[in-house]
Design a protein around this ligand. Structure first.
Ligand code: FES
Length: 153
C-alpha cells in the first residue's frame, strides 16, 4: 500500500510534503508510521533523519496514532474573543478527552489550530477537511452525533 502510494509521485524531493500527506491520509489512524517514513526516505533518496525531522516539524503531521476524525479547533484571537474556550470545554466533555487526546472509541482526536481563515463566522473548527463555523454548544453536539452516526451505519 505504501509503495503503491509512493509510485503515484515522481521520486523527487520536492514531492516530500505531498507524499507525507497522502501516506498520512491513507492510514485509518491518521498518522505516519515508521515504515512509511523509512520507505519515503528510500524512495526520495533522502536520509531517514531528514524525513523524520520534516514529519515531526509540521503540526499537520503526526507520528503517533490518532482518531479517524481529526478535530482542529481554532484557538486564535478572533475565535478566542468569541468564547472558543467554552466550545473547547464542551467538546472535551462530549468526547471525554482533553485537547491533544483521542477518544476511547478511536474516532476523534482533538487538536488546537491557528486561524482557519474563517474569522467572520467564528468560532470555527475543521473535522478532517470539512470546515464548521458559528459554533456553539448545540451545534457541536449535533455535528459530533452526525459523525458517530456515520460509524454505526
Ligand atoms: S481566528 Fe479563528 S478562524 Fe480566524
Amino acid at each position: 500500500m505504501i509503495q503503491e502510494t509512493l509510485k503515484t509521485f515522481k521520486p523527487e524531493q520536492q514531492n516530500l510534503l505531498q507524499i507525507l500527506h497522502a501516506l498520512q491520509d491513507q492510514h485509518p489512524q491518521n498518522y505516519l508510521t515508521e515504515q512509511a517514513l523509512e520507505e519515503t526516505a528510500r524512495y526520495l533518496k533522502l536520509t531517514k533523519s531528514s524525513v523524520f525531522g520534516v514529519a515531526r516539524y509540521y503540526s499537520m503531521f503526526s507520528t503517533t496514532p490518532r482518531g479517524r476524525y481529526i478535530i482542529r479547533i481554532c484557538a486564535s484571537p478572533v475565535c478566542e474573543l468569541l468564547k472558543v474556550n467554552t466550545v473547547i470545554a464542551h467538546l472535551e466533555q462530549i468526547l471525554a478527552i482533553k485537547t491533544g487526546e483521542t477518544s476511547s472509541d478511536g474516532l476523534f482526536t482533538l487538536e488546537l489550530s491557528e486561524c482557519l481563515g474563517q474569522c467572520q463566522e467564528a468560532p470555527s473548527m475543521m473535522i478532517n477537511d470539512k470546515v464548521y463555523n458559528n459554533l456553539d454548544a448545540n451545534r457541536i453536539k449535533t455535528i459530533i452525533n452526525e459523525y458517530k452516526q456515520k460509524n454505526h451505519d
